[in-house]
Design a protein around this ligand. Structure first.
Ligand code: NAP
Ligand code: F7E
Length: 347
């Protein structure tokens, strides 16, 4: 017999904690994926991440460092796996960080770069729609300063902002520009909450060894410990607006907490050459004459170079309240000290 005194509906308990938010991250095994997983976990999110390949070399180490992340097998080039990933994770927020992200590699593998870095975004946006999450899930697209191209005529004195012209100079930059516009198109066409972060270079202890800053910090640490006697690099004159990855993932999250989706530049507003990075990195181990340890190798030069990148983060600072904790000397120090520790015997 039903209890006739029971109320028809149960009033919501105002004291109950808000339901745990769920985030799906592509590219979770990469630099930003690690920082973002850590950050979202600290905010109480249930974190899901895509892992690709039948035996991903990063899986074991990733699981040891991030035991709270639920890994889902999927690939940005495989639409079915992406739909399944959305259905499994039931996300409130989707962060699309997965990509071929190395500019030099993209010159050697331009079609693969187009498929993953470019069309992969379309596959993921469609997966969100097909799985029925177009209204529920907020979407972050990892756009890049490489879309600007660093050409003189295209550079406003105060740095690139959200209104600057695009002129990508690599297959990577071109693929990212497609990704940027298809993401914006889904916002405009379907009313999806899609925000893009146009991020300038950001580095740190999780940076891949194929990128110049980590290649340098790793080599400087190895030279300090007597494991290596020089480093081979390409061009040393290019300048980049280098920040710390841990600061930048907070900006990504802030973009998805706004009332409306939008596009935001994240940058430091400073630009430094590779030579300046080298000088500070070698100074960290007490070496002034760093040129004696550096050899140029054309293998590391690119068919077209982005000479200088400088960003203007004022919109993100004003609208998102985004701030940074690590400055350029602090970044170099953090990376070199981390690599000395990592390479030290019995660490
Ligand atoms: P990253 O360390 O190179 O990580 C890239 C990630 O993409 C890895 O987890 C990789 O997984 C994944 N991936 C590659 N191909 C995939 C595929 N077919 N399907 C699914 N996942 C795939 O890059 P990051 O520095 O963290 O950058 C994150 C995102 O921000 C990227 O989209 C990058 O282009 C963009 N971005 C980076 C910077 C920067 O300075 N770091 C600046 C602007 C924009 P595996 O482990 O399987 O290889
Ligand atoms: O090169 C020069 C190279 O590969 C920086 C990615 O995260 O940021 C990154 O792209 C500069 C270039 O980063 C070597 O020619 C000299 O001028 O560290 P990188 P990147 O190309 O700026 C943007 C914003 C992204 O979106 C990308 O995903 O350093 N350089 N010698 C060298 N670069 C490398 N990798 N290796 C060298 O030996």
């Amino acid at each position: 017999m039903p209890d006739s005194t029971a109320p028809d509906t149960i009033a919501p308990d105002a004291t109950a904690p808000a339901p745990q938010k769920r985030a799906l991250i592509t590219g979770i095994t990469g630099q930003d994926g690690g920082h973002l997983a850590e950050f979202l976990n600290s905010k109480g999110y249930e974190v899901y991440g895509l892992i690709r390949g039948q035996r991903n070399a990063r899986k074991e180490a990733f699981e040891a460092e991030f035991p709270y992340v639920h890994l889902i097998e999927a690939d940005l080039t495989d639409q079915t796996s992406l739909i399944q990933a959305v259905l499994t994770s039931q996300p409130d927020e989707v962060y699309n960080l997965g990509a071929i992200s190395h500019v030099g590699y993209s010159f050697r593998n331009p079609q693969l770069t187009a498929d993953i870095t470019g069309k992969g975004v379309l596959n993921l946006l469609e997966a969100v729609r097909i799985a029925g999450f177009a209204e529920k899930a907020r979407f972050y697209q990892a756009s890049t300063s490489e879309m600007f191209g660093g050409l003189d005529y295209n550079r406003p004195g105060a740095g690139y902002n959200e209104e600057s012209l695009f002129h990508p100079r690599s297959p990577y930059g071109v693929a990212k520009l497609y990704a940027h516009w298809i993401a914006r198109n889904y916002r405009e066409s379907y009313g999806m909450f899609v925000s893009t972060g146009i991020l300038f270079n950001h580095e740190g202890e999780r940076r891949g060894l194929e990128f110049v800053t980590r290649k340098i910090s790793n080599a400087v640490a190895a030279i300090h410990l007597g494991l290596q006697d020089h480093i081979e690099l390409g061009d040393l004159y290019p300048k980049r607006d280098w920040g710390y990855a841990g600061d930048y993932v907070k900006g990504m999250w802030l973009m998805l907490q706004q009332d409306e989706p939008d596009d935001f530049v994240l940058a430091t507003g400073e630009t430094h050459s590779i030579e300046e990075f080298l000088q500070l990195a070698f100074a960290e181990i007490g070496i002034d004459n760093w040129k004696n340890y550096v050899r140029q190798n054309p293998e590391f030069m690119r068919p077209a170079e982005v000479d200088i990148l400088l960003g203007d983060p004022s919109k993100a600072e004003r609208v998102l309240g985004w701030t940074r904790d690590v400055d350029f000397p602090g970044l170099v120090k953090l990376m070199v000290q981390h690599d000395i520790k990592l390479l030290s015997p019995g660490k």
